[in-house]
Write a new protein. Structure first.
Lengths: 496, 404
């Protein structure tokens, strides 16, 4: 996939040397990277199809430095793209060629853990898994578990409101963030929320989480930690159709149970995962994975009920993991699903859409038809409990024109989700990838209202300005349906 | 106020379909019945530089700084469950729907919005959200910010905007509905709300321990919190007449039975004299409403390990308190005791890194009893947000914080 980026601001680039010098006076030593080769690792994130070298990379170490960098950029009209570990699947951390890339990797300390009150105070560069590792000895963990949890950082999780397989029961990042120290794009430092509930006034924490780096940069985050459940059980059930597996999910919910996770993989994705991670999955059209947790007696009783529901819906095989090792292997297969696609297809696009759970059979059938029409394969894995689909469009870049067809199909799948009352993203974020699809999901007044929040936080529109919204808006500028950029019209640039 | 120049009644009569009434005090009440009509009202009033106070059943009208606006916008006609997708555990509801009426409708499919606000028979959905009210269920289901997945709002200039959607998982765009929750109607009018629902529990049981000594029960509350039981709700309520720790368990009947046994063992180990009652009927968790029978009511939020310990002090100061396990305490005082109690509590709470807000104060309110905390590092940012959403300060002007 080749994506050409918007034309750079020549005036800003003309000042590059001065800007680099000024930034070096704020962040001394190796904290400012300006050489092309040294900046190369920052040119892309988890959405590797999009590449762009930043004008300069800054790696501050203190909140004061972050504030000074942002104040300088605000005063000088320089755009800033914040970055955690760079694992975004939507291009959230994609740099701007005429902007500063603000890397938060050096903010990597866990500052405080209070087990009694179940909170941990961490810096944004701490990885998701490191939080769990730091509290595990006392029987706690950090609940949101995006598949990239080994690498992705809490700062990035906050920006994207990261989810994971267990949000069905435990909620998203926003459920677990109590408060933050934030540097606004103006360079001002504020503390939003706190360790105690219901900070008076507006819920600025709530609107900041998931704002994808457009409202500022968090430098300290108060997280809720959760006590490990007494028991965890994982069941695998094989079905002859996705509809049967989907019906089982609905039946489990209707029975009043709230499993920790419910995942479905179709034949293609289960097959690929089998090759990649050897989880010993049964061969079937639809594989359902259900995890229950809680106190042992209750989990036992519920699991018996889940088994009955699987059997009622025609499961050809029902298998309960017998050990922690077996459970880990089942999850390893599921979490390997995206990467495993590389084993069955030269190229693939991972999508992330949400539909009401009940629309699952209909939407999947339609996706199958749409794929057949353009002669492509789509593998599906989904967080079935909350209707979050991850269709993976398989294609071969070597075949001329197929990439465009695959991209088009992946966007039409998103629109299909919206048509069924769903969303264009459940956990990967809008970023660069889906900014145009925002206009399909939300009307002009909806987007214009969101922009009001952005203007309050970032009057000069410097924080990750080329993301989330259909196109960059200036304060006071009218929102409108997507109109092609003049360069795009002239065939000089493309926007995806 | 420009009321002399503009005839409010004539202004509202000119809006197609919007009913209105004049109250005894001469103020005009607009009663729109559609979202478009709400937008027509706010736009017209905003265009004329006038102000609006938003209301429903007025159960919490005394909360926050008092507002004296040109028009009362009453939302009670935007009532009803618009859509209940019970298989998806979601429902879309008009903001004017009384809380209990909504729950009755949702209960037809064995579901509910997992929140227990004050005065649910009267309180309406929009007001519960605007004031971010929550009760004892919060410890197991979260607060409104965890239960709302979408909203339709009307801004002062008449913009109708949707935020979120009808699916539980959705990260497209800003969570504006979180910004609206607890904003006391100062950013926009909440018109319609989509909730994520929970199944009504199949089996629950109440358990209660009473004692003369709140510290004994506070200790017990801590022990229970650490005990990994299936708690659905827990509160410590106390007054000079006595104290009780109320617990609701929810699980399979055999699990509940064994956990009740464990609770009884914990009571015996807590060192004081407690009297235990099982299988109580009646809604003990409505005790918060009795606190509001006092002249002055404060809401205190603290670390949840610290909250139970404060109950003792409230009782010593002559007040009544309900402390919830999620770290929220409600305390009520008579006017005469509040004079000494409030300054003490302000200091205590500040030292403990908590927050105290005055929720209710009768007419004779002391000037130093500010409704909102006086020091806030975020007030300026909130002011900027307000300016973007409501630049003329048309909606509930001055209601929150230091007059936002």
């Amino acid at each position: 996939m080749s994506v050409r980026m918007p034309e750079l601001d020549a005036e800003i680039l003309g000042r590059r040397d001065r800007i680099v010098t000024a930034l070096r006076s704020i962040v001394p030593g190796e904290g400012v990277i300006a050489g092309e080769r040294e900046m190369r690792p920052y040119e892309t994130d988890g959405l590797t199809a999009y590449r762009q070298l930043p004008m300069v990379v800054v790696l501050p170490e203190t909140t004061q430095q972050v504030a000074e960098v942002l104040r300088y950029c605000h005063d000088e009209g320089i755009k800033v793209v914040p970055r955690g570990a760079g694992t975004s699947l939507s291009g959230g951390a994609l740099p701007l060629g005429d902007g500063v890339l603000l890397g938060m990797a050096k903010f990597n300390r866990i500052r405080e853990i209070d087990f009694e009150n179940r909170v941990a105070v961490v810096e944004p560069g701490v990885t998701n898994l490191a939080v769990t590792n730091a509290v595990a000895h006392a029987g706690f963990y950090y609940a949101p578990d995006p598949s990239s949890q080994i690498a992705c950082t809490i700062g990035g999780n906050v920006a994207e409101n990261a989810g994971g397989a267990h949000c069905l029961k435990y909620g998203f990042t926003t459920t677990h963030v109590l408060g933050m120290d934030v540097v606004l794009p103006t360079g001002e430092m504020v503390t939003v929320g706190s360790m105690v509930p219901d900070a008076p006034g507006y819920d600025l924490t709530g609107v900041f989480v998931g704002s994808e780096g457009t409202l500022g940069v968090a430098t300290k985050i108060v997280l809720r930690i959760v006590e490990r459940p007494e028991t965890v059980q994982v069941l695998l059930a094989a079905f002859d159709s996705i509809a049967q597996a989907g019906q089982t999910v609905s039946d489990v919910i209707a029975a009043g149970m709230l499993p920790a996770a419910m995942e479905i993989m179709d034949r293609l994705s289960a097959h690929a995962s089998e090759q990649a991670a050897h989880p010993n999955y049964p061969v079937c059209e639809a594989l359902l994975l259900i995890e229950l947790d809680g106190i042992a007696v209750e989990v036992d009783a519920q699991m018996a009920q889940v088994r009955r529901l699987c059997e009622k819906n025609g499961a050809s095989e029902v298998r309960l993991a017998q050990s922690a090792q077996e459970r880990a292997l089942i999850w390893k297969g599921r979490k390997a699903a995206f990467a495993a696609m590389g084993r069955i297809s030269p190229n693939y696009i991972v999508q992330d859409g949400v539909i009401p759970r009940t629309a699952l059979p209909e939407v999947l059938e339609k996706i199958g038809q749409m794929a057949a029409e353009v002669k492509l394969r789509v593998a599906n894995v989904f967080h079935a409990g909350d209707g979050n689909l991850h269709p993976m469009v398989l294609y071969d870049q070597a075949i001329p024109g197929q990439e465009e067809i695959a991209l088009d199909l992946s966007y039409r799948i998103l629109y299909l989700c919206v048509d069924h009352g769903g969303s264009i993203t459940g956990e990967h974020g809008v970023g660069k990838e889906k900014q145009q699809a925002m206009g399909y999901m939300y009307s002009e007044p909806d987007l214009e209202t969101m922009q009001r929040v952005r203007h309050a936080f970032d009057p000069e529109n410097i924080a990750n300005p080329d993301k989330v919204f259909p196109r960059t808006k200036l304060c006071g500028e009218k929102t409108g349906p997507y109109t092609p950029h003049p360069l795009e019209k002239a065939g000089v640039a493309e926007f995806f | 106020m420009a009321i002399g120049i503009v005839d409010m009644e004539a202004l509202i009569s000119g809006l197609p379909g919007v009913e209105h009434a004049r109250r005894d005090d001469g103020r005009v009440v607009a009663l729109p019945s559609t979202i478009e009509q709400v937008a027509a009202v706010t736009r017209a009033v905003n265009d004329h530089g006038l102000t609006i106070e938003i209301g429903g059943s007025s159960t919490k009208r005394g909360w926050g700084n008092p507002v004296r606006a040109d028009l009362l916008l009453n939302m009670q006609r935007l009532a009803g469950v618009r859509e209940h997708r019970w298989q998806d555990l979601t429902a879309t509801v008009g903001a004017g729907t009384p809380w209990t009426a909504m729950q009755r409708e949702l209960a037809k499919h064995g579901q509910f919005v997992a929140l227990d606000p004050l005065w649910p028979e009267h309180a309406r959905v929009g007001g519960v959200i605007a004031t971010n009210d929550s009760g004892a269920l919060r410890m197991s289901y979260g607060s409104l910010r965890d239960l709302i997945i979408g909203m339709t709002i009307v801004l002062a200039d008449g913009t109708i905007a949707k935020t979120g959607g009808k699916v539980v998982k959705n990260v497209a765009g800003y969570d504006l509905h979180k910004l609206m929750t607890g904003a006391f109607g100062t950013l926009g009018v909440i018109a319609e709300v989509t909730f994520r629902l929970h199944p009504l529990p199949a089996h629950t049981q109440m358990w209660s321990a009473t004692s003369r000594d709140p510290d004994v029960l506070a200790f017990l509350m801590t022990k229970v919190t650490e005990s990994r039981m299936n708690l659905r709700a827990m509160q410590l309520r106390a007054s000079l007449q006595g104290c009780a720790l109320d617990i609701e368990l929810s699980s399979l009947p055999e699990v509940i039975a064994s956990q009740v046994d464990r609770l009884n063992v914990l009571v015996r180990g807590c060192g004081g004299t407690c009297h235990v009652q099982e299988n109580l009927s009646g809604d003990l968790f409505a005790a918060r409403e009795q606190v509001f029978g006092h002249d002055v009511v404060v809401k205190i939020t603290m670390l949840h390990t610290a909250i139970a310990g404060l109950v003792h002090d409230v009782v010593q100061l002559g007040g009544s308190a309900v402390a919830q396990a999620s770290g929220v305490l409600w305390a009520g005082f008579r006017e005469s005791t509040a004079v000494n109690a409030l300054p003490y509590l302000y200091q205590y709470v500040e030292r403990a890194r908590g927050v105290m807000t005055v929720m209710q104060a009768r007419e004779q309110r002391q000037p130093e009893w500010a409704f909102w905390p006086q020091r806030s590092g975020t007030a300026e940012l909130m002011r900027r947000v307000k300016r973007q959403f409501d630049p003329k300060s048309t909606l509930n002007p001055g209601r929150v914080m230091g007059g936002i």
